[in-house]
Design a protein around this ligand. Sequence first.
Ligand code: DC
Length: 231
Amino acid sequence: MNNITIAIDGFSSTGKSTVAKQLAKHLGYVYVDTGAMYRAVTYYAMRQGLISKLDFNKEALIYQLPNIEIRFKFNETLGFAEVYLNGENIEKKIRTLEVSSYVSKVAAISQVRLKLVEQQQKLGQNKGVVMDGRDIGTVVFPDAELKLFMTASAEKRAKRRYAELLERGDQVEYEDVLKNVQERDYLDSNRKDSPLMKAKDAIEIDNSNLTLDEQFKKLYKLAVMTIEDYE
Ligand code: DC
């Protein structure tokens, strides 16, 4: 079977990573969560005291970019690769509402994008990859054989993210989660560098009314059909 590149883009909390992981597992492909990389840089900035509610020292972050090493390491038990920042496993630490509240500002910096896009292109250079993010089908792999663009209403997405955060034991309010989802939609879609948009040749999937199983079956079929097309 031929290896292809599957690019999954879309708004935050549309379940991109869930279906991307499922597809990678069933196809024997590598899964790359590019949002985790932007979150890792954000977490670094928070730790260094470069970003807070009142202030963001962009210049210092740009200057310190060479000190940031992001790696993925496959966790056999979890069945997916966890993200490491300078050797430390930060997979859980980057999923908080606090990181979510800063990440779009960090992701708007061109120097950050340049560094991460280069790494993403290397990770996917041999194909056989499912990569999810905001600019995978438009910037990282504009020639990807299969491009998916996921959407769902902001309320549906906020409900899903809220349930996830509660399950982790985080103390959050639904209204704050909804506000964060809406703010990130706006910032991610309106930034100058690589804004979130649907690639011309991407297939749009609105999963507001699809169960996870329905969604997986639909996308798996699309992936297998595309792989067969390229054989
Ligand atoms: O997919 P996520 O919610 O974990 O992504 C976190 C943020 O990172 C998101 O708000 C926008 C940014 N991002 C990006 O700009 N480009 C990507 N390829 C992936 C994520």
